[in-house]
Design a binder for this molecule. Structure first.
Ligand SMILES: Nc1ncnc2c1ncn2[C@@H]1O[C@H](COP(=O)(O)OP(=O)(O)OP(=O)(O)O)[C@@H](O)[C@H]1O
Length: 426
């Protein structure tokens, strides 16, 4: 090891900023890893109904029981708060994270609109500030575990949507909203090419404001030319998800701050929205399949000793105990067994049992960090405790089997610890 102190090194500030950047990237990756499906709602130009589609999709998914996040990164015209009657919400900070507004108990909403003092405020943004805000909305908002994150993007194919898609990564799916006029359709061609360029799958094209169904006689009239979205979908070989007709109730719903899909009885616009939701709902089955395959893998890489870096030649492993055996609830254990092990020759160097401080949120992760634990092997552990432990650089294995702490540590050292479900994933 070099005996040169960091402070005296000529590249110390480079190192520091690189490690800050790495820490930020790690935080972002961690937040995104807790989101099963990401859907970016894009449009080639403004005013085609992109926010309305994003809001209705998010509302319906939450009403069907999914835990959903909706983020409005349209920094120039944030309209999502109004669509949910949440204009007066102001985010609070908890544990250095922004807490999103809640709609209907299952939908978490974050928008720049919450940060503006009044609805009339306009914001003049410099490019880097805009990008920073978009990143912050993904990284520093307490989204927790989500089935879906729906992102209402700024219109166009410029730097802002590009930045969103790049931050979310290849696995984000795009939903492209257009209106029937030729100019909007041309813009969509650019949006599809944009997704091809970023390597993101297009779930489909939606043609909004496609015809008008007369509420009196039920006859459909095409105010603009129609079918452009469908033609384009064929030409670009992406799915066409259908047209949503102009419906005065959609405007009324927006004015009343209640998503159209949540208040509306049968109507052509409602059926159209439900059709758009089909491929989005199907994403769930696909991911569940892969997750099942993953959890069927008996010993995952983190279950093996080479995944934890020793400190001074040893790894310290903490195991929550109740009546001498693994306690299934991390936060409610009586004691912690603390082992010091040598992962090279797979031996236990030292073991002791310690009484933890009384259970309160955040206390155990701090205490375990003070005890220099590098790994916690638990049965069940809530997501909050997992976050706090990871922030302290402590690795976690959940779903460990019944047994004594020594049996568990020995299986881990031998690389054959078999884990199951996290018994307490709340
Ligand atoms: N199918 C529809 N029928 C009737 N009105 C609609 C329909 N879709 C959207 N609208 C209305 O059109 C207006 C614009 O919609 P919205 O804000 O969703 O568009 P946008 O593409 O997100 O716009 P921007 O790019 O400016 O954010 C809103 O008043 C909305 O209520």
């Amino acid at each position: 090891m070099s005996d040169k102190a960091c402070g005296s090194c000529s590249t110390a500030s480079d190192c520091q900023s690189r490690s800050k950047e790495q820490e930020k990237n790690r935080k972002l990756a961690h937040s995104l890893s807790r989101i099963k499906h990401k859907v970016v709602v894009l449009s080639g130009k403004g005013g085609v109904g992109k926010s309305s589609v994003a809001a209705n999709v998010a509302a319906e998914l939450s009403l069907s029981g999914c835990r959903v996040g909706l983020v409005d990164v349209d920094v120039h015209g944030p309209s999502i708060p109004r669509l949910f009657g949440l204009e007066d919400s102001r985010p609070v900070t908890r544990d250095q994270k922004l807490v999103p507004a809640m709609w209907n108990g299952q939908l978490l909403v974050m928008s720049l609109g919450f940060l503006l003092q009044s609805k009339e405020d306009s914001v003049i943004w410099r490019g880097p500030v805009k990008m920073g805000l978009i990143r912050q909305f993904l990284e520093d908002v307490d989204w927790g575990d989500l089935d879906y994150l729906i992102v209402d993007c700024p219109p166009g194919t410029g730097d802002e949507p590009l930045s969103v898609v790049q931050l979310l990564g290849h696995e984000a799916h795009a939903l492209i909203v257009t209106s029937p006029q030729d100019v909007a359709v041309d813009d969509v061609r650019r949006s599809v090419n944009f997704c091809r360029h970023t390597g993101n799958q297009v779930l489909g094209i939606v043609e909004n404001m496609s015809g008008f169904v007369c509420p009196r006689c039920g006859e459909e009239a095409h105010i603009f030319s129609s079918g452009g979205g469908q033609k384009l979908a064929q030409e670009m070989q992406v799915p066409f998800l259908g047209g949503i007709p102009l419906d005065p109730d959609m405007v009324k719903a927006a004015d009343e701050g209640m998503p159209f899909i949540a208040r509306q009885a049968e109507s052509p616009a409602l059926s159209a929205l439900q059709k758009i939701l089909e491929p989005i709902k199907q994403l769930q089955g696909q991911k569940d399949f892969f997750q099942d395959q993953l959890s069927n893998l008996q010993a995952s890489p983190s279950n093996t000793p080479d995944s934890v870096r020793p400190q001074n030649g040893a790894v310290k492993i903490a195991i929550p105990l109740a009546q001498g055996r693994l306690c299934q609830h991390f936060g409610h254990c009586e004691l912690f067994a603390l082992f010091s092990v040598n992962t090279e020759d797979k031996t236990i160097l030292h073991q002791e049992q310690l009484t933890p401080p009384p259970h309160e949120p955040g206390v155990l992760p701090n205490w375990l960090a003070e005890k220099e634990a590098g790994l916690v092997i638990a049965g069940g552990m809530g997501s909050r405790a997992q976050d706090l432990l990871r922030e302290k650089g402590i690795r976690i294995i959940t779903g460990a089997p019944e047994g004594t702490a020594e049996e568990i540590v020995k299986s881990w050292l031998d690389g054959n610890l078999v884990t199951g479900q996290n018994a307490c994933d709340h």
